[in-house]
Design a protein around this ligand. Structure first.
Ligand SMILES: *[C@@H]1O[C@H](CO)[C@@H](O)[C@H](O)[C@H]1NC(C)=O
Ligand SMILES: *[C@@H]1O[C@H](CO)[C@@H](O)[C@H](O)[C@H]1NC(C)=O
Ligand SMILES: *[C@@H]1O[C@H](CO)[C@@H](O)[C@H](O)[C@H]1NC(C)=O
Ligand SMILES: *[C@@H]1O[C@H](CO)[C@@H](O)[C@H](O)[C@H]1NC(C)=O
Ligand SMILES: *[C@@H]1O[C@H](CO)[C@@H](O)[C@H](O)[C@H]1NC(C)=O
Ligand SMILES: *[C@@H]1O[C@H](CO)[C@@H](O)[C@H](O)[C@H]1NC(C)=O
Ligand SMILES: *[C@@H]1O[C@H](CO)[C@@H](O)[C@H](O)[C@H]1NC(C)=O
Length: 393
């Protein structure tokens, strides 16, 4: 298994926390950390499915898409780079190269040009093989709030051309951020016969045809013809009543704490035409969430469970997590069953902003590295395993 030098640094740093396990540590995971440390020094045989940072520069809120045999990740913009939406690619999910290209060279007129604040982009492939990129940006007439826009391209790495109007712009509720596409799928035929891991053969079974070619663009997001959705966060944090001392800078820990709904919106096969009304599928639980839930990423597991990954806690505190909730119906009700990663998990600090590929196995996320400071949030990867309502990595 690939391990970067940075991973070893994490293993070392996790040793230093062994003396005083955080409250979340069970005897079993302290044992696991110790085992990782002991083995990590003398060999690379570490049983741990997170990797990273695989990109050492700031690459927050990453999203993931696979096209052919290439992985692509997109991230929130980093001030001073001159790139609106940065991208990285990999051919093995291990070694990542940040491109010098800008996925979105031109922003639409609704975006504030002097403070674009382009956050959390998410690229999706449509059944015709073309791509749609969702992103959020500060609104020109009110830069305190973000809205969600869409841009299209024939190529995964752009250049994406934005639509002139935003897709979601609920300014009165705080605006919209963190869009993520999801295409539902239905089992077609008897794919239990495939018996084993989620793979291209199984994908072929439920894509209602017998072509096992993984290069077929229509399968790259989970089969033909499934209902498309966009999940996003209604950004109540931008309307909140301020920050209680020690809770970070997310603006929503002073009572009354306002809603920050994660909503699910059905869209047509073009990825941008709204169908019906949005449904709220998760909300913050007040102070225990630091007034924040955000960064949704929805997948359907091989077992047919809907798994909504999200982050709670303020992103610039140790409380940020990669969390998840599960449901047997796409519109919920979703029950929290996480977190998957939190501060202290294998030496991670403030992990969050995760996105999972439609295969429900490949995850990217960020964590604060090297100095536990959210000004540098490089990208990590993980291979996850969903069994029923439980996700492990
Ligand atoms: C501000 O801009 C947004 C995005 O274009 C738009 O939806 C909204 O109506 C505008 N508000 C005002 C007051 O002009
Ligand atoms: C754009 O954002 C900047 C920085 O926040 C702000 O000073 C300016 O007023 C905004 N522009 C508009 C048109 O709101
Ligand atoms: C599906 O395939 C498995 C394995 O071949 C078989 O045991 C099972 O009976 C099949 N189910 C149906 C509904 O055909
Ligand atoms: C499967 O799809 C690929 C890509 O579209 C195509 O090249 C190939 O010929 C197809 N194979 C069959 C057996 O239809
Ligand atoms: C992918 O497969 C579907 C179903 O067989 C087919 O209709 C479509 O043309 C294929 N697309 C490509 C790009 O080969
Ligand atoms: C984390 O949240 C708890 C409340 O759940 C709060 O007491 C604590 O101050 C928070 N920590 C940070 C670093 O914000
Ligand atoms: C994080 O880094 C920034 C920029 O270097 C610095 O201004 C800030 O004080 C740091 N925050 C903490 C908590 O160390």
């Amino acid at each position: 298994m690939y391990k970067s030098p940075a991973t070893l640094t994490f293993l070392l740093s996790s040793l230093f926390t062994l003396g005083t396990p955080s409250p979340v540590d069970t005897a079993a995971n302290v044992h696991q950390k110790r085992a990782e440390y002991v083995r990590g020094i003398s060999s690379l045989e570490v049983k741990r499915s997170e990797n990273g940072p695989v990109i050492t520069q700031n690459f927050p809120d990453p999203s993931i898409i696979k096209v052919g045999s290439t992985w692509w990740a997109f991230a929130t913009e980093s001030a001073g780079t001159g790139i609106n939406i940065p991208m990285a690619s990999s051919t093995d999910f291990k070694t990542w190269i940040v491109t010098s290209q800008d996925a979105l060279p031109n922003t639409p007129p609704w975006v504030n040009m002097t403070a674009q604040a382009l956050w959390a982009p998410d690229a999706n492939q449509l059944d015709d093989g073309t791509f749609v990129l969702y992103f959020s940006a500060a609104v020109n007439n009110n830069s305190a709030h973000h809205c969600v826009g869409a841009a299209t391209s024939k190529n995964v790495n752009g250049p994406y051309v934005p639509q002139s109007d935003p897709l979601f712009c609920p300014i009165q509720q705080g605006g919209a951020i963190d869009p993520a596409g999801f295409k539902d799928w239905q089992v077609k035929g008897n794919w239990t016969a495939v018996n084993g891991n989620w793979n291209s053969k199984r994908a072929a079974k439920y894509s209602n045809n017998n072509n096992n070619s993984w290069t077929n663009a229509s399968w790259s997001q989970g089969g033909m013809g499934g209902q498309r959705y966009i999940t996003y966060k209604v950004d109540g944090n931008s309307l909140g009543n301020g920050d209680l001392a020690g809770y970070g800078n997310c603006g929503n820990t002073v009572s009354p704490i306002v809603p920050t709904p994660i909503v699910l919106q059905a869209v047509a096969a073009d990825g941008v035409t709204i169908q019906g009304s949005a449904v709220t599928i998760l909300n913050n639980n007040g102070l225990s969430d630091n007034g924040v839930v955000e960064a949704p990423s929805l997948v359907k597991s091989a077992g047919g469970e809907y798994v909504l990954f999200f982050s709670n806690g303020c992103y610039d505190t140790a409380n940020y997590t990669v969390n998840y909730a599960t449901a047997s119906s796409v519109s919920g009700p979703y029950t929290r069953n996480g977190p998957l990663f939190q501060t202290g998990t294998d030496g991670l600090y403030a992990p969050g902003g995760a996105d999972v590929l439609w295969d429900a196995q490949h995850m990217v996320f960020h964590a604060d590295y090297p100095d536990h400071n959210a000004t540098n949030r490089p990208m990590y990867t993980a291979i996850i395993n969903i069994q029923g309502n439980t996700v492990t990595a």
